[in-house]
Design a binder for this molecule. Structure first.
Ligand code: ADP
Ligand code: MG
Length: 647
């Protein structure tokens, strides 16, 4: 079979162009990426070999070799991992751009900063980073059990060749023919043919790789005599020794006090291909009925698609330092799905399947413990380092709030961790802090929902509370109202929406206002009924308002059922069967009320009266951020009024 020439898929080609032409700094990370692929390949082989020992082919000394060659200007990275079949090479390296590729390209286009090379690992496009330093990449690989290997080669120009190839040993060899500048002694730190440069890079990025990363060191020395003294007049001889460049000892087996923050950070970045230090590290060792060591990390930033795709990263499992499984998703509850890390326990058996794990009581216990320690850490952070907690909240607050409404069992554990913006200040507040600020006599926690701070502050319903100096929580995230609804109360104080039911104010002013309202309601009974009748089918009731100041109307939801903003969110999710109970409130102190009243008295049931009702309802909808049900009709009525006014 002769070599076939194929085209890269369009996005892959674009990616390659970027690698070759746009990234100028930190190109050294290609080594980390390729070593990480080699290590992943050995992991996969070991895992598969648990059920199929033949795959080992008598070669069970897992290792990664770096072979710099001055003569050919090549750096070879070889492993005895799982290798790839012909089809796998085409699929993994050749044509199909993975989901990450597109996202990576988009991200690259939005930041032009050179540090973008750091994004490579994060998006799972590590292989192509080879083209940052190599003018030609040759991959020779054989999967266990395959009689023939595969040779793939590309200069990164849009095409590659692929052919069958004899390879005796199992695994992958990646031969990078370096660009001249990356193999030249003038660029010490970027001379990837220099053994000491390579050694430093391995220490820096790949020290905890679980397999030995080896390299031959050759030196010339004069031979020694029987006493070990150099024989001065003999010709020097070359000796070669194989050195392992990485320490391999898993960090988590050491004692906490022997580990530096830097080391935790490196472990995190190495294991989870992030380029930023984690926000928080939790390392604990537990002995007793269940025995395990865990290192958990809260990444500084949520993955780019964290909220779109409800991504769960999962936890890596080890058994006595040996890798068992990555991305195990069922250990922590859904709302902590941003936590990364590992658990090493002698109780995990090596060849356990994901299905069996789900039923392991040991693992359930471990999971409960981990949840507890993450929550404990967050509580400490909140009380001891508010600024850092706010950083955490900015990234993951939504996940925690989702937990409040979707995870009944965790609700109580999460309520103290919630932060909300409020009318009191620009700062976020906890519920406990809100309660502590409540004046005597306030019996409920007020909140208002809307799309942003400005929108909420302009709500007509806010006016009265603002005037009375009552603090209102702002629910600006779509999950917020659902979470608050699920909580129902906090420290025995009920939550009360400013746009729902009665306001529950019981100061003296309010009491008089209430009495006045009752009188007004009685006096205007016929008007209210006429409005209600006109808007039948659209609203459930019409009331005289106690909460309005300068606005003629507002729309509130009944005490029962969902709110107007929840209705909007549900509608966006195509759940249009959920409707809020709409109550139109009229401001009796407003001029418009007087006009409406007059219309009703002089020409009851007239078109003019009906138009006014429709217009008021339309306005109320608009103020809630909702479109009037018949926007064209609404606009025409407004236009009609405007024309009349100037006639
Ligand atoms: P990722 O490692 O995030 O999957 P990469 O671009 O680094 O993305 O690698 C792409 C794929 O190529 C890998 O998922 C793997 O299937 C394959 N691959 C890369 N290097 C090796 C290797 N040394 N041995 C076996 N397969 C490899
Ligand atoms: Mg990779």
């Amino acid at each position: 079979m002769t070599a076939e020439t194929r085209q890269f898929q369009a996005e892959t080609k674009q990616l390659l162009d970027l690698m070759v032409h746009s990234i100028y700094t930190n190109r050294e990370i290609f080594l980390r990426e390729l070593i990480s692929n080699a290590s992943d390949a050995i992991d996969k082989l070991r895992f598969d070999a648990l059920t199929n020992p033949d795959l080992i082919e008598g070669d069970s000394e897992f290792e990664i070799f770096l072979i710099p060659d001055e003569q050919t200007k090549t750096l070879t990275i070889s492993d005895n991992g799982i290798g790839m079949t012909y089809d796998e090479v085409v699929e993994n390296i050749g044509t199909i751009a993975k989901s990450g590729t597109k996202a990576f390209l988009a991200k690259m286009q939005e930041n032009t900063a050179a540090t973008d090379s750091e994004l490579i690992g994060q998006f799972g496009v590590g292989f192509y980073s080879a083209f940052m330093v190599a003018q030609k990449v040759t991959l020779i690989t054989r999967a266990p059990g395959q009689p023939k290997g595969v040779r793939w080669e590309s200069t990164g120009d849009g095409t590659y060749t692929i052919e069958e190839y004899d390879k005796e040993t199992r695994g992958t060899m990646l031969i990078l023919t370096l660009h001249d500048e990356y193999g030249s002694p003038e660029r010490q730190n970027e001379n990837f043919l220099n053994r000491y440069t390579l050694q430093n890079l391995v220490k820096k990025y790949s020290d905890y790789i679980r397999y030995p990363i080896k390299m031959n060191f050759t030196h010339e020395e004069k031979p020694r005599d029987a006493e070990g003294n150099l024989i001065e007049d003999a010709a020097p001889v070359q000796t070669t020794e194989v050195r392992t460049l990485n320490s391999m000892t898993p960090l988590w087996t050491k004692n906490k006090n022997q580990i530096t923050q830097e080391e935790y950070n490196t472990l995190y970045k190495d294991l989870f291909h992030d380029w930023e230090d984690p926000l928080e590290v939790i390392h604990s060792k537990v002995e007793g009925a269940v025995e395990y060591t865990t290192v958990l990390f809260i990444p500084a930033h949520a993955p780019f698609d964290f909220y779109q795709r409800e991504t769960t990263s999962g936890i890596r499992l080890y058994s006595r330092n040996v890798f068992v499984m990555e991305n195990y998703k069922d250990l922590l509850p859904e709302y902590l799905r941003f936590v990364r890390g590992l658990v090493d326990s002698p109780d995990f058996s090596l060849n356990i399947s994901r299905e069996l794990l789900q039923h392991s009581t040991q693992l359930t216990k471990v999971g409960k413990n981990l949840e507890k320690s993450v929550l404990k850490t967050l509580e400490n952070l909140l009380s001891k380092d508010r600024a850092k907690y706010q950083e955490f909240w900015k990234e993951y607050g939504k996940a925690i709030k989702s937990g409040v409404y979707s995870d009944f069992a965790s609700r109580d554990k999460l309520k103290d961790l919630l932060l909300f913006p409020s009318s009191a200040s620009e700062e976020l507040t906890t519920l406990a802090e809100y309660i502590a600020r409540m004046p005597e006599g306030q019996t409920v926690i007020y909140y208002a929902a809307g799309k942003d701070r400005a929108a909420v502050e302009r709500l007509p319903q806010m006016e009265l509370l603002r005037e009375k100096g009552i603090e209102v929580l702002y629910l600006l995230d779509r999950v917020d109202e659902f979470a608050i609804d699920a909580l129902a109360d906090y420290q025995e104080k009920k939550f009360q929406s400013v746009s729902r039911g009665e306001l529950n104010l019981d100061d003296v002013d309010t009491k008089t206002a209430k009495e006045e309202t009752e009188t007004l309601t009685k006096e205007n009974q016929s008007l209210l009924e006429a409005v209600k009748e006109t808007l039948a089918g659209k609203i459930a009731d019409v009331k005289i308002s106690t909460r309005l100041k300068s606005s003629p109307v507002c729309l509130v939801a009944g005490d029962q059922g969902i709110s107007l903003s929840m209705e909007q969110i549900l509608a966006e999710m195509d759940r249009t069967t959920f409707k809020a109970q709409r109550i139109l409130e009229l401001n009796p102190a407003h001029e418009v009320f007087a006009v409406l009243k007059q219309l009703h008295e002089t020409t009851p049931g007239s078109t003019a009266f009906k138009d006014y009702c429709e217009l008021l309802y339309g306005q109320a909808l608009l103020m809630e951020g909702l479109a009037p049900e018949d926007p064209i009709g609404f606009a025409q009525k407004v236009a009609g009024l405007m024309a009349k006014k100037n006639a």
